[in-house]
Write a protein that binds this ligand. Structure first.
Ligand code: PLP
Length: 410
């Protein structure tokens, strides 16, 4: 007999988005060898890690290289020094009560947002905002929760919550009574955020419908608006209905180093198929201790060093650098008469395609006229059609040049 595979994986079509973009860009470069192409498509950072993080890394290396301070396996949940620093600076300092025992250190938010489904029933009904970070959808396809793919690009067991200019990118509450709702704010790809009042409606909905909110705040560090919450736990009742995911990737340039964390409050409870109450934090601890052996020690030392006065200041400088780019892009694109969103509490600008062009048509026009690469919004979900994402992660110089090209050549 041949090896039987997990059918759910065969439901997923290959992700064409970034390979399709790469192909179109390389074709264009081949036919325009002199074009200096500016890439504002892929969401990776460009600034190096800060000195504080480098010092933390070196400390970790020194400890690992000495007999008396060598560390091998650590606690699967993460070292207490890091969990305590997080609880102190990311939560207590904001008046939020999160215990270090409720924090789980990992190699990043992609793993955690993807793995969290392990502790949820295969029967759970899912809701996602649309457009969406594709990991939420694809991991539910892998778990058999998505149903089948419709011609319109939607999975029939997932409720899609459209976020468009028409609703100000604030999704309407679900109508199918989902068990699990993924929210990502500040949002990738739209770059928009929810105010405390708006997020409160979601917490209240989840509490009254016994739904679980999976709150991805990978872009928390980019928030500057005073009415945008930095954590879902700023909202009363969120400890009873929400898991929060954070990442050092975009906060501190850890996209290569890899570190993030997940908060599972003690109060969170679910129910098994026999009707017994089950504590979600216990389940996640069990999942992690079984399948995960902890994040790298030296990387945890690097992350710890971000929670020092130097670390906080250096991170803030880098974020300010990117947000200066975002402001340049916002200003330049508006001057060119484009309609755009985001870029205030997030490093992404969500551009409405001019003259009713499709996402891909605008992608090609921008590439041909300005030699700039964006990401077609439709690649993030059906409601992304008619939009294009630009990132603020380039250098000032490159961003300035992009803005000049758009204002003069578009
Ligand atoms: N969540 C969102 C919304 C993201 O945009 C990203 C990265 O692009 C991640 C999670 C993944 O972050 P990490 O690098 O921590 O895995």
């Amino acid at each position: 007999d041949m090896i039987k595979v997990n059918d759910n994986f065969t439901l997923l079509s290959p992700s064409y988005l970034f390979s399709e973009i790469a192909k179109k860009v390389s074709d264009f470069q081949a036919s325009h060898p002199d074009a200096r192409i500016i890439r504002m498509g892929i969401g990776d950072v460009t600034r190096p890690i800060c000195q504080a993080a480098a010092q933390g890394l070196r400390r970790g290396i020194d400890e690992e290289t000495r007999e008396d301070t060598f560390r091998g396996y650590g606690p699967e949940q993460g070292h207490a020094f890091l969990r305590e620093a997080i609880a102190r600076d990311d939560y207590k300092a904001r008046g939020i009560d999160i215990h270090p025992d409720e924090i789980f250190i990992s190699d990043g938010a992609k793993s955690d947002t993807g793995n969290i489904g392990d502790i949820l029933s295969a029967q759970c009904r899912i809701a996602v905002t649309d457009p969406v970070y594709p990991v939420y959808v694809d991991t539910n396809v892998m778990a058999g929760r998505a149903g089948s793919l419709q011609p319109d690009g939607r999975w029939d067991r997932i409720e899609y919550l459209p976020c468009t200019a028409a609703n100000g990118f604030v999704p309407a509450l679900p109508v199918t009574d989902p068990d699990v709702i993924y929210l990502c704010y500040p949002n990738n790809p739209t770059g928009t955020s929810l105010t405390k009042a708006q997020l409160t409606e979601w917490v209240n909905y989840a509490l009254s419908h016994h739904a679980l909110i999976l709150f991805d705040s990978a872009y928390e560090a980019y928030i500057s608006s005073p009415d945008v919450p930095h954590s879902i736990y700023e909202i009363d009742g969120a400890r009873q209905c929400a898991i929060e995911f954070r990442s050092f990737s975009k906060t501190a340039g850890f996209t290569g180093l890899r570190c993030g964390y997940t908060v599972v409050p003690r109060e969170l409870e679910g129910v098994d198929s026999k009707g017994n109450k089950v504590n979600l934090r216990q389940l996640w601890l069990r999942r992690q201790t079984t399948k995960f052996n902890g994040a790298s020690y030296v990387v945890q030392r690097a992350a710890e060093a971000l929670y020092t006065p130097d670390g906080h200041r250096q991170i803030a400088d880098t974020i300010a650098y990117y947000m200066t780019n975002a402001a340049m892009l916002r200003q330049g694109l508006s001057q060119a008469g484009m309609e755009l969103y985001g870029g205030i509490d997030a490093p992404y600008i969500w551009v409405k395609t001019p003259h009713g062009m499709s996402s891909w048509q605008f992608f090609s026009t921008l590439l041909e006229r300005c030699h700039i690469v964006g990401t077609p919004g439709v690649g993030f979900g059906p409601s992304g059609e008619g939009y294009l994402r630009l990132t603020a992660f380039s250098s000032h110089q490159v961003t300035r040049e992009a803005v000049e090209r758009i204002t003069h050549q578009y």
